[in-house]
Design a protein around this ligand. Structure first.
Ligand code: GLN
Length: 348
Protein backbone atom coordinates (compact mmCIF):
# COMPACT_ATOMS: atom_id res chain seq x y z
CA UNK A 1 0.00 0.00 0.00
CA UNK A 2 2.76 2.32 1.06
CA UNK A 3 4.69 1.48 -2.02
CA UNK A 4 1.71 2.30 -4.24
CA UNK A 5 1.28 5.63 -2.41
CA UNK A 6 4.92 6.42 -2.97
CA UNK A 7 4.71 5.61 -6.67
CA UNK A 8 1.60 7.77 -7.06
CA UNK A 9 3.30 10.63 -5.19
CA UNK A 10 6.38 10.32 -7.37
CA UNK A 11 4.23 10.35 -10.51
CA UNK A 12 2.41 13.47 -9.28
CA UNK A 13 5.74 15.18 -8.63
CA UNK A 14 7.03 14.20 -12.07
CA UNK A 15 3.86 15.42 -13.79
CA UNK A 16 4.01 18.75 -11.93
CA UNK A 17 7.65 19.26 -12.85
CA UNK A 18 6.91 18.46 -16.49
CA UNK A 19 3.90 20.79 -16.55
CA UNK A 20 5.83 23.64 -14.95
CA UNK A 21 8.63 23.09 -17.44
CA UNK A 22 6.21 23.24 -20.36
CA UNK A 23 4.61 26.34 -18.91
CA UNK A 24 7.98 28.00 -18.42
CA UNK A 25 8.83 27.21 -22.01
CA UNK A 26 5.54 28.67 -23.28
CA UNK A 27 6.09 31.81 -21.28
CA UNK A 28 9.78 32.11 -22.19
CA UNK A 29 10.34 35.86 -22.05
CA UNK A 30 10.44 37.49 -25.46
CA UNK A 31 13.87 39.10 -25.92
CA UNK A 32 12.36 42.27 -27.45
CA UNK A 33 9.91 42.77 -24.59
CA UNK A 34 12.61 41.95 -22.05
CA UNK A 35 14.96 44.56 -23.52
CA UNK A 36 12.22 47.20 -23.70
CA UNK A 37 11.08 46.54 -20.11
CA UNK A 38 14.65 46.59 -18.80
CA UNK A 39 15.42 49.96 -20.39
CA UNK A 40 12.16 51.42 -19.14
CA UNK A 41 12.82 50.29 -15.58
CA UNK A 42 16.43 51.46 -15.70
CA UNK A 43 15.74 55.00 -16.94
CA UNK A 44 12.24 55.88 -15.78
CA UNK A 45 13.59 57.76 -12.77
CA UNK A 46 16.39 59.54 -14.67
CA UNK A 47 15.85 63.28 -14.56
CA UNK A 48 18.68 64.82 -16.57
CA UNK A 49 18.44 67.56 -19.18
CA UNK A 50 15.60 69.96 -19.85
CA UNK A 51 12.79 70.51 -22.33
CA UNK A 52 13.48 72.76 -25.31
CA UNK A 53 12.13 76.20 -24.46
CA UNK A 54 13.00 78.33 -27.51
CA UNK A 55 9.60 77.18 -28.79
CA UNK A 56 7.43 78.25 -25.82
CA UNK A 57 4.88 75.39 -26.18
CA UNK A 58 7.62 72.76 -25.79
CA UNK A 59 8.61 74.06 -22.36
CA UNK A 60 5.10 73.23 -21.14
CA UNK A 61 5.19 69.54 -22.12
CA UNK A 62 5.34 67.13 -19.14
CA UNK A 63 9.04 66.21 -18.84
CA UNK A 64 8.09 62.84 -17.31
CA UNK A 65 6.48 61.52 -20.49
CA UNK A 66 8.52 58.41 -21.30
CA UNK A 67 7.42 55.92 -23.94
CA UNK A 68 9.32 53.18 -25.76
CA UNK A 69 8.27 51.13 -28.81
CA UNK A 70 9.99 48.59 -31.02
CA UNK A 71 8.44 47.22 -34.24
CA UNK A 72 9.74 44.08 -35.95
CA UNK A 73 9.36 42.88 -39.53
CA UNK A 74 6.40 40.62 -38.70
CA UNK A 75 4.50 43.71 -37.52
CA UNK A 76 4.83 42.88 -33.80
CA UNK A 77 5.02 45.88 -31.49
CA UNK A 78 6.82 45.80 -28.14
CA UNK A 79 6.18 48.72 -25.83
CA UNK A 80 6.66 50.20 -22.38
CA UNK A 81 5.58 53.38 -20.64
CA UNK A 82 3.52 56.19 -22.13
CA UNK A 83 2.07 55.29 -25.51
CA UNK A 84 -0.81 57.72 -25.60
CA UNK A 85 0.77 61.15 -25.21
CA UNK A 86 1.46 62.82 -28.54
CA UNK A 87 4.55 65.00 -28.70
CA UNK A 88 5.46 67.13 -31.71
CA UNK A 89 7.55 65.21 -34.23
CA UNK A 90 9.85 68.24 -34.79
CA UNK A 91 13.05 67.42 -36.68
CA UNK A 92 12.20 63.74 -37.09
CA UNK A 93 9.83 65.01 -39.80
CA UNK A 94 12.87 66.08 -41.83
CA UNK A 95 13.69 62.44 -42.64
CA UNK A 96 10.28 61.78 -44.15
CA UNK A 97 10.06 64.99 -46.17
CA UNK A 98 13.54 64.25 -47.52
CA UNK A 99 12.41 60.70 -48.38
CA UNK A 100 9.32 62.07 -50.10
CA UNK A 101 11.47 64.31 -52.31
CA UNK A 102 13.82 61.39 -53.07
CA UNK A 103 10.81 59.24 -53.90
CA UNK A 104 9.30 61.80 -56.30
CA UNK A 105 12.46 63.22 -57.86
CA UNK A 106 15.13 60.57 -57.25
CA UNK A 107 17.74 60.58 -54.44
CA UNK A 108 20.13 62.72 -56.45
CA UNK A 109 17.71 65.66 -56.27
CA UNK A 110 18.65 65.93 -52.59
CA UNK A 111 22.33 65.17 -53.23
CA UNK A 112 22.63 67.84 -55.93
CA UNK A 113 20.51 70.56 -54.34
CA UNK A 114 21.30 70.24 -50.63
CA UNK A 115 24.11 67.75 -50.23
CA UNK A 116 24.60 64.79 -47.91
CA UNK A 117 27.47 66.00 -45.74
CA UNK A 118 27.59 66.74 -42.04
CA UNK A 119 27.88 70.38 -41.06
CA UNK A 120 29.34 69.62 -37.62
CA UNK A 121 27.27 72.53 -36.33
CA UNK A 122 24.01 73.07 -34.51
CA UNK A 123 20.78 72.31 -36.37
CA UNK A 124 19.87 75.95 -36.87
CA UNK A 125 23.35 77.28 -37.55
CA UNK A 126 23.53 80.21 -39.94
CA UNK A 127 27.33 79.97 -40.05
CA UNK A 128 26.92 76.50 -41.58
CA UNK A 129 25.11 78.09 -44.54
CA UNK A 130 27.91 80.59 -45.04
CA UNK A 131 30.56 77.87 -44.76
CA UNK A 132 28.81 75.57 -47.22
CA UNK A 133 28.23 78.36 -49.69
CA UNK A 134 31.47 80.32 -49.40
CA UNK A 135 33.99 77.59 -48.63
CA UNK A 136 32.59 74.58 -50.42
CA UNK A 137 30.93 76.65 -53.13
CA UNK A 138 28.05 74.25 -53.49
CA UNK A 139 25.61 71.90 -51.86
CA UNK A 140 27.63 70.73 -48.87
CA UNK A 141 25.09 70.32 -46.12
CA UNK A 142 22.21 67.93 -45.51
CA UNK A 143 18.43 67.80 -45.35
CA UNK A 144 18.38 67.03 -41.61
CA UNK A 145 19.54 70.44 -40.38
CA UNK A 146 17.17 73.39 -40.66
CA UNK A 147 18.60 75.09 -43.77
CA UNK A 148 18.60 71.81 -45.74
CA UNK A 149 15.26 70.71 -44.30
CA UNK A 150 13.50 73.96 -45.21
CA UNK A 151 15.00 73.58 -48.69
CA UNK A 152 13.71 69.98 -48.92
CA UNK A 153 10.23 71.15 -47.94
CA UNK A 154 10.45 73.84 -50.67
CA UNK A 155 11.13 71.03 -53.17
CA UNK A 156 7.88 69.12 -52.52
CA UNK A 157 5.77 69.70 -55.60
CA UNK A 158 2.13 70.74 -55.59
CA UNK A 159 -0.21 73.23 -57.27
CA UNK A 160 -1.03 75.00 -53.99
CA UNK A 161 0.14 75.24 -50.38
CA UNK A 162 -2.71 72.89 -49.41
CA UNK A 163 -1.75 70.31 -51.98
CA UNK A 164 1.88 70.34 -50.81
CA UNK A 165 0.86 70.14 -47.16
CA UNK A 166 -1.62 67.31 -47.68
CA UNK A 167 0.99 65.32 -49.55
CA UNK A 168 3.47 65.68 -46.68
CA UNK A 169 0.94 64.86 -43.96
CA UNK A 170 -0.42 61.83 -45.84
CA UNK A 171 3.13 60.57 -46.33
CA UNK A 172 3.87 60.71 -42.58
CA UNK A 173 0.55 58.98 -41.89
CA UNK A 174 1.38 56.18 -44.33
CA UNK A 175 4.62 55.56 -42.45
CA UNK A 176 2.91 55.69 -39.03
CA UNK A 177 0.06 53.47 -40.24
CA UNK A 178 -2.64 55.90 -39.11
CA UNK A 179 -3.71 59.43 -40.08
CA UNK A 180 -1.77 62.05 -38.13
CA UNK A 181 -2.67 65.64 -37.31
CA UNK A 182 -1.05 68.86 -36.19
CA UNK A 183 -0.73 69.94 -32.55
CA UNK A 184 -2.18 73.40 -33.06
CA UNK A 185 -0.68 74.94 -29.91
CA UNK A 186 2.82 73.87 -30.98
CA UNK A 187 2.33 75.16 -34.51
CA UNK A 188 1.00 78.54 -33.28
CA UNK A 189 3.80 78.84 -30.74
CA UNK A 190 6.56 78.07 -33.23
CA UNK A 191 5.01 80.16 -36.02
CA UNK A 192 5.02 83.17 -33.67
CA UNK A 193 8.67 82.71 -32.67
CA UNK A 194 10.44 81.23 -35.71
CA UNK A 195 12.13 84.40 -36.97
CA UNK A 196 15.45 82.58 -37.05
CA UNK A 197 14.06 79.90 -39.38
CA UNK A 198 12.55 82.66 -41.54
CA UNK A 199 16.01 84.21 -41.78
CA UNK A 200 17.45 80.79 -42.70
CA UNK A 201 14.79 80.36 -45.39
CA UNK A 202 15.53 83.79 -46.84
CA UNK A 203 19.28 83.16 -46.84
CA UNK A 204 18.81 79.81 -48.58
CA UNK A 205 16.69 81.65 -51.14
CA UNK A 206 19.34 84.36 -51.57
CA UNK A 207 21.91 81.64 -52.25
CA UNK A 208 19.46 79.96 -54.66
CA UNK A 209 19.13 76.65 -52.87
CA UNK A 210 15.43 77.54 -52.51
CA UNK A 211 13.97 78.49 -55.86
CA UNK A 212 10.73 80.23 -54.83
CA UNK A 213 8.38 81.05 -51.95
CA UNK A 214 10.94 80.77 -49.12
CA UNK A 215 8.55 81.93 -46.39
CA UNK A 216 5.88 79.48 -47.52
CA UNK A 217 8.52 76.74 -47.25
CA UNK A 218 9.34 77.88 -43.69
CA UNK A 219 5.65 77.90 -42.79
CA UNK A 220 5.02 74.41 -44.16
CA UNK A 221 8.22 73.23 -42.46
CA UNK A 222 6.93 74.68 -39.16
CA UNK A 223 3.63 72.86 -39.62
CA UNK A 224 5.34 69.56 -40.43
CA UNK A 225 7.40 69.91 -37.22
CA UNK A 226 4.14 70.30 -35.23
CA UNK A 227 2.62 66.95 -36.24
CA UNK A 228 1.65 64.97 -33.12
CA UNK A 229 3.09 61.48 -32.66
CA UNK A 230 3.31 58.81 -29.96
CA UNK A 231 6.33 56.58 -29.38
CA UNK A 232 4.48 53.85 -31.25
CA UNK A 233 3.80 56.08 -34.28
CA UNK A 234 7.47 56.95 -34.42
CA UNK A 235 8.57 53.32 -34.08
CA UNK A 236 6.27 52.38 -36.96
CA UNK A 237 7.78 55.18 -39.07
CA UNK A 238 11.26 53.87 -38.20
CA UNK A 239 10.16 50.33 -39.04
CA UNK A 240 8.95 51.48 -42.47
CA UNK A 241 12.56 52.54 -43.09
CA UNK A 242 13.94 49.33 -41.52
CA UNK A 243 11.98 47.10 -43.88
CA UNK A 244 12.55 48.43 -47.37
CA UNK A 245 10.06 51.31 -47.29
CA UNK A 246 7.06 49.08 -46.53
CA UNK A 247 5.00 49.64 -43.37
CA UNK A 248 5.25 46.22 -41.67
CA UNK A 249 1.70 46.38 -40.29
CA UNK A 250 -0.39 47.92 -43.09
CA UNK A 251 1.97 46.47 -45.74
CA UNK A 252 1.71 49.71 -47.70
CA UNK A 253 4.81 50.30 -49.84
CA UNK A 254 5.40 53.93 -48.89
CA UNK A 255 8.81 54.40 -50.55
CA UNK A 256 10.71 52.56 -53.27
CA UNK A 257 13.03 50.10 -51.58
CA UNK A 258 15.96 51.51 -53.55
CA UNK A 259 15.84 54.95 -51.89
CA UNK A 260 16.02 53.55 -48.35
CA UNK A 261 19.82 53.05 -48.16
CA UNK A 262 20.23 56.71 -49.21
CA UNK A 263 17.78 57.92 -46.56
CA UNK A 264 19.57 55.85 -43.91
CA UNK A 265 22.98 57.13 -45.03
CA UNK A 266 21.93 60.73 -44.42
CA UNK A 267 20.48 59.76 -41.03
CA UNK A 268 23.75 58.07 -40.09
CA UNK A 269 25.70 61.16 -41.16
CA UNK A 270 23.59 63.86 -39.55
CA UNK A 271 20.64 62.44 -37.60
CA UNK A 272 21.79 63.65 -34.19
CA UNK A 273 23.31 66.90 -35.48
CA UNK A 274 26.81 67.58 -34.24
CA UNK A 275 26.63 64.50 -31.98
CA UNK A 276 25.97 62.15 -34.90
CA UNK A 277 29.49 60.70 -34.77
CA UNK A 278 29.23 59.89 -31.07
CA UNK A 279 25.85 58.31 -31.61
CA UNK A 280 27.04 56.15 -34.50
CA UNK A 281 30.06 55.12 -32.44
CA UNK A 282 27.77 53.98 -29.61
CA UNK A 283 25.06 52.25 -31.64
CA UNK A 284 25.90 51.99 -35.35
CA UNK A 285 22.27 52.92 -36.04
CA UNK A 286 20.94 55.52 -38.49
CA UNK A 287 18.71 57.69 -36.31
CA UNK A 288 16.97 61.04 -36.04
CA UNK A 289 16.14 63.21 -33.07
CA UNK A 290 13.65 66.03 -32.60
CA UNK A 291 13.45 68.80 -29.99
CA UNK A 292 10.00 67.49 -29.00
CA UNK A 293 11.91 64.68 -27.26
CA UNK A 294 11.56 61.86 -29.76
CA UNK A 295 14.32 59.81 -31.33
CA UNK A 296 13.84 57.14 -34.00
CA UNK A 297 16.52 54.59 -34.89
CA UNK A 298 16.64 51.97 -37.60
CA UNK A 299 18.26 48.53 -37.42
CA UNK A 300 17.95 47.64 -41.13
CA UNK A 301 16.09 44.35 -41.62
CA UNK A 302 15.79 43.86 -37.85
CA UNK A 303 13.61 46.51 -36.19
CA UNK A 304 12.53 50.12 -35.96
CA UNK A 305 12.65 51.72 -32.54
CA UNK A 306 11.51 55.00 -31.02
CA UNK A 307 11.61 56.59 -27.60
CA UNK A 308 9.87 59.75 -26.46
CA UNK A 309 11.17 61.74 -23.47
CA UNK A 310 11.27 65.56 -23.71
CA UNK A 311 14.34 66.58 -21.66
CA UNK A 312 17.28 67.26 -23.99
CA UNK A 313 21.06 67.53 -23.80
CA UNK A 314 23.08 70.49 -25.10
CA UNK A 315 23.05 69.23 -28.69
CA UNK A 316 19.22 69.09 -28.64
CA UNK A 317 18.85 65.31 -28.34
CA UNK A 318 16.62 63.52 -25.80
CA UNK A 319 18.80 62.13 -23.03
CA UNK A 320 16.61 59.20 -21.98
CA UNK A 321 15.86 58.30 -25.59
CA UNK A 322 19.57 58.04 -26.39
CA UNK A 323 20.23 55.87 -23.35
CA UNK A 324 17.21 53.58 -23.81
CA UNK A 325 17.76 53.02 -27.54
CA UNK A 326 21.45 52.28 -26.98
CA UNK A 327 20.68 49.64 -24.33
CA UNK A 328 17.83 48.03 -26.25
CA UNK A 329 19.74 47.88 -29.52
CA UNK A 330 22.81 46.44 -27.83
CA UNK A 331 20.65 43.78 -26.12
CA UNK A 332 19.04 42.85 -29.46
CA UNK A 333 22.19 42.89 -31.60
CA UNK A 334 20.98 45.89 -33.59
CA UNK A 335 24.37 47.31 -34.63
CA UNK A 336 24.78 46.57 -38.36
CA UNK A 337 28.55 46.98 -38.13
CA UNK A 338 28.90 44.25 -35.49
CA UNK A 339 29.33 41.33 -37.91
CA UNK A 340 30.41 37.96 -36.56
CA UNK A 341 33.64 36.20 -37.57
CA UNK A 342 32.79 33.79 -40.45
CA UNK A 343 32.40 30.12 -39.49
CA UNK A 344 35.90 28.61 -39.39
CA UNK A 345 36.57 26.12 -42.13
CA UNK A 346 37.90 22.81 -40.83
CA UNK A 347 41.64 22.40 -41.03
CA UNK A 348 42.65 19.39 -43.10
N1 GLN B 1 10.98 73.01 -35.47
C1 GLN B 1 12.28 72.98 -34.85
C2 GLN B 1 13.15 74.11 -35.37
O1 GLN B 1 13.12 74.39 -36.51
C3 GLN B 1 12.92 71.65 -35.12
C4 GLN B 1 14.30 71.56 -34.54
C5 GLN B 1 14.66 70.22 -34.04
O2 GLN B 1 13.86 69.35 -33.74
N2 GLN B 1 15.96 70.04 -33.85
O3 GLN B 1 13.84 74.75 -34.64
Amino acid sequence: MNRIKMIVAALVVLATVAATGAQAKDKAPNPYQTAVDAAYAKYKDTHEGKNADYIPALAKVDPNVFGIAVVTGDGKVYTAGDLTTEVSIQSISKVFTMALVMQDQGPDAILNTIGVDATGMRFNSIVSIEMAYKLAGGPEMNALVNPGAITATSMVKGASRDEIWNKILANYGDCAGRPLSVLKDVYDSEAATNQRNQAIGMLMYAYEYIKSEPLQAVDIYTEQCSVGVTAQDLAMMAATLAFGGQNPVTKKQVYDTKIIPKVLAVMATAGLYDDSGKWLYATGLPAKSGVGGGIIAVAPGKFGIAVVSPPLDDAGNSIKAQKAITDISNALGGNPYAAAVPMATKKK
